[in-house]
Structures are given as structure tokens and as C-alpha cells.
Design a protein around this ligand. Structure first.
Ligand SMILES: Cc1ncc(COP(=O)(O)O)c(C=O)c1O
Length: 453
């Protein structure tokens, strides 16, 4: 009989898969280390087991204890599997940027999930770094994993991921490329490979909104580099102890949009259904392709499974809302197609200025056409309302007809984006599109800008 004694024994020995269509523009051979075949569907299973084993050996994790960790989900999943097999409780602290799927999956394997706001400083008591520490201090017989500074994280990759890549490429690997979060993967694999062959280049993929690239290039921890971003799993606003900057030859930043678009391409062009950081990594290699030669062998590591992103990157509506879908928008009809089901919000010229303010607030919009006897007779926008109330506060009880601007121009469905943009100006922030069924939709300056990027 051939079987494993428990699920943890199935971790590792993940496949190396050649990338074909998506890597067409790259002269080198590009091989993907696809980590989704681990039982927790991510590379993080490897370090989760190692961190727990080392904590047990050090006597800081005791039988029946509670494991506490701030995790973007994948480490939590790995820890959940170890906790089940070894009899520990697990509390995972996540930030609210993480996908709902990741949270549901953690709960499915018995973890308690605590969600914290993303948009706060790491030192803020509400941040997931601080909440994890506080819970660890308050919970008896608990152990705070701290994957950022726990060096068993990178050691796991030094002991398993690195040797696998070396053996699978028969020592022919010339470049290792991977997204960097805690730094465990890049530093562990990088150390092993550089010990085998110091000429191997180690490239880290970073994201806009993270400190890594600038820190590597200048030695400056620049707080101006920190701002919220969408990409999950990579980039940081701290310098984790697991990132060994000396081992990393360069960092390349990839935009949120490109990361999302290339994650979808991996699924559709290669049949490799992987997560957000995989899209960043392959796009990063494409950005750096001029540094590669035909004889080079590049290994890129894909951290996790695409199923964790079905409500986000693999959801057209989510992509569209962020302007990530490259839709071929040429005419007024293409723009209104996005909000065809939403009714046109309008006001009557006899309505009071205060009604217009209420409507703008209720629907969170800036421009509204004004009607009389079924016809468009004027328009009102937030800047006009602001100016009126600043100059004459008593006007809030005046009819709109006394302050409204001119009616928005009406265009046909076939009117091109270029023609519409000529009509849009400071005094005309929107146009109305007349549909074939006689109804109207609004196209604003903001819609035009969104369609252009
Ligand atoms: C999806 C994903 N990509 C990339 C990373 C970064 O890996 P590491 O923490 O080993 O640098 C992580 C880890 O948090 C991850 O979950």
C-alpha cells in the first residue's frame, strides 16, 4: 500500500510547468513552480509546518495551546492544517482587504477569524499587527507565530522549496522570480540557490504602495511609498526580518491592474488557475525581459490557487468597478451599457434647492438633469449648489429653476467618445444619451475619464 500518514506529509514536491503563450515575448525558458498542489493550496503550507515544529522544539508552543497569527489567509490555511493534525486551536487575524473566500476557507478548517481595518498605520492598535500581538498577550497558553520576523519561515524554503527547484531544473536555473510579502519564500529559496550557484539572479516582485523597492535601491525606508493598494499577498509597509535584502538582486514593481489582468491571462492562456501575486510575478518578468537571454532558465513561483479570488479578479463586475477590464469603449452606447439597468435620476425645475442636495447625497452623484413637462430644461451639479449656498444660504428654499445651469446636450447612442469629450467642459460636465427606446442615460466627465484609462 502506498499512502501518507496524514495530510501534512503531502506538502511539497510541487510541479514545475513551462509557460508557453503568456511567455511568448520572453526569449528565455520560463518555468512556473505551481504551489497550488499543496493540501492548503498554497506555498505557505511549507513554512506553517516548519514554524510550528520549531516552536514545539523550542518549548514555546505547548500541547493544547492556541496558535495566533496575523495572516493574509494562506499562512492561516497552512497553520489550520497543522493545528488540526497536532491538536491546537487557531486564531487568524486578517485585514479587511482580503477576499471573503479566504476568510470562509479559514473558518471551514476550524480557525477563528478576526478582521481588522487595512487603512491604519501598523502601530495603530486596530492594525492587524497590533491586534494579533494583543490577542497573544491576552490568551493563556498561546503562541504568536509572527511570520514576518519568525526566521523558521525562510528556513522552510531553504530546506524544501529551494532544493526542489535546484533538482527539478538540474541546476540549470539562472533566475528565480517571486512576489515578496514576508520575504520567507524569496530569502529561503534565494539563499539555497545562491549557495549552489552565486550567479543565479534573485528578483523580487513588489507592488506600488510598498516600501521594498525603494529600500533596496536607496537604503531609505520612505513612508511616502506607503499607500493602500489592491494586490494581495505581496508588498509591505514594514521591513520583515525574513527579507534578506542582500540576497535579492532587484525589485520590480507591478501595478494592481496589471497584476489582476495577468492573473486572468494565466488562467485563460495557460490553464494555470492561480492567485493575484502570480499575475504580478509573470508581469514583472515581462517588464524585465530585456535583461534575459535565450539560454536563461527562469523559475517563477506561483503562491496560491485562483479559487480564492473568484469574487474579485475572476469577477468581471469587480474588475470593471476598478477600471481593470480593457473593454473596447468607443461610443456612448458602450458607456451606458455599464449602467443600463440603473434609472436616470432627475429633478423637476419647481423642486427646491434643498431637494437637489438631498438627492445628490442619497444617490452619491454629482450631476442631475432638470426636467419640466417631460423635457430636459436645465441641469444642476454639486459645484453650482456649493457656490449658491456659500453666497446665498437662504437660496436653499428657492426653486431649482432660479439657479439651474443649461440643459445637458443630448447625443445619440452611436456618438463617439471623441465627439462626447468635445462637448464636455467646465460648464457642461455631462451629456445625455438618447437610447433607441426613447429613454435617456447620463454620461459624465468621470465616465469619460474611466473609459480612457
Ligand atoms: C498569495 C501570496 N503571494 C505572495 C506571498 C509572499 O510570500 P512571502 O511571504 O514568502 O514573501 C504571500 C504570502 O503572504 C501570499 O499569500
Amino acid at each position: 500500500m502506498k499512502f501518507y500518514n496524514n495530510i501534512l506529509e503531502t506538502i511539497g514536491n510541487t510541479p514545475l510547468v513551462k509557460l508557453n503563450k503568456i511567455a511568448e515575448g520572453i526569449s528565455a525558458t520560463v518555468l512556473a513552480k505551481v504551489e497550488t498542489t499543496n493540501p492548503g493550496n498554497s506555498v505557505k503550507d511549507r513554512m506553517a509546518v516548519k514554524m510550528v515544529e520549531d516552536a514545539e522544539k523550542a518549548g514555546i508552543l505547548k500541547p493544547g495551546g492556541t496558535i495566533i497569527e496575523g495572516t493574509s489567509g494562506n499562512t492561516g490555511m497552512g497553520l489550520a492544517l497543522v493545528a488540526i493534525i497536532r491538536g491546537y486551536k487557531l486564531i487568524c487575524v486578517l485585514n479587511d482587504k482580503q477576499s471573503k473566500e479566504k476568510m470562509d476557507i479559514l473558518r471551514a478548517v476550524g480557525a477563528e477569524v478576526v478582521v481588522c481595518p487595512t487603512a491604519v498605520e501598523p502601530s495603530d492598535p486596530r492594525s492587524y499587527y497590533q491586534v494579533s500581538r494583543r490577542l497573544a498577550a491576552e490568551t493563556p497558553n498561546s503562541w504568536y507565530v509572527n511570520q514576518y520576523d519568525n526566521l523558521s519561515n525562510r528556513l522552510a524554503h531553504y530546506e524544501s522549496t529551494g532544493p526542489e527547484i535546484w533538482e527539478q531544473t538540474d541546476g540549470k536555473i539562472t533566475h528565480f522570480v517571486v512576489g515578496v510579502g514576508t520575504g520567507g519564500t524569496i530569502s529561503g529559496v534565494g539563499k539555497y540557490l545562491k549557495e549552489k550557484n552565486p550567479n543565479i539572479k534573485i528578483w523580487g516582485i513588489d507592488t506600488y504602495g510598498s516600501v521594498f523597492k525603494k529600500y533596496k535601491e536607496t537604503g531609505i525606508f520612505d513612508e511616502n511609498e506607503i499607500y493602500p493598494y489592491i494586490t494581495e499577498g505581496i508588498g509591505e509597509d514594514i521591513l520583515p526580518a525574513n527579507v534578506d535584502f542582500d540576497l535579492i538582486d532587484l525589485f520590480e514593481k507591478v501595478t494592481d491592474k496589471d497584476a489582476a489582468v495577468y492573473t486572468r491571462k494565466l488562467a485563460r492562456e495557460e490553464g494555470i488557475f492561480v492567485g493575484n501575486s502570480a499575475g504580478s510575478a509573470i508581469k514583472g518578468i515581462l517588464q524585465l525581459k530585456d535583461q534575459l537571454k535565450p539560454e536563461d532558465v527562469v523559475v517563477v513561483l506561483f503562491h496560491d490557487h485562483g479559487s480564492r479570488y473568484v469574487g474579485k479578479i475572476f469577477n468581471d463586475e469587480w474588475m470593471r468597478e476598478r477600471g481593470f477590464l480593457d473593454e473596447n469603449i468607443k461610443t456612448a452606447a458602450d458607456i451606458v451599457a455599464k449602467h443600463q439597468d440603473a434609472p436616470l435620476i432627475s429633478l423637476y425645475s419647481e423642486e427646491l434647492v434643498s431637494h437637489a442636495i438631498a438627492k445628490i447625497r442619497k444617490f452619491d452623484i454629482s450631476q442631475i438633469p432638470v426636467m419640466k413637462d417631460g423635457k430636459f430644461v436645465g441641469s444642476i451639479d454639486d459645484s453650482k449648489l456649493f457656490q449658491t449656498l456659500m453666497d446665498h444660504p437662504e437660496m436653499k428654499d428657492a426653486p431649482l429653476s432660479s439657479i439651474m445651469n443649461e440643459a445637458y446636450p443630448i447625443v445619440k447612442e452611436a456618438t463617439t467618445l471623441e465627439e462626447i469629450s468635445k462637448l464636455i467642459s467646465k460648464s457642461t460636465p455631462a451629456v445625455l444619451v438618447e437610447l433607441a427606446n426613447g429613454s435617456h442615460h447620463i454620461v459624465t466627465k468621470y465616465d469619460i475619464i474611466s473609459a480612457m484609462v
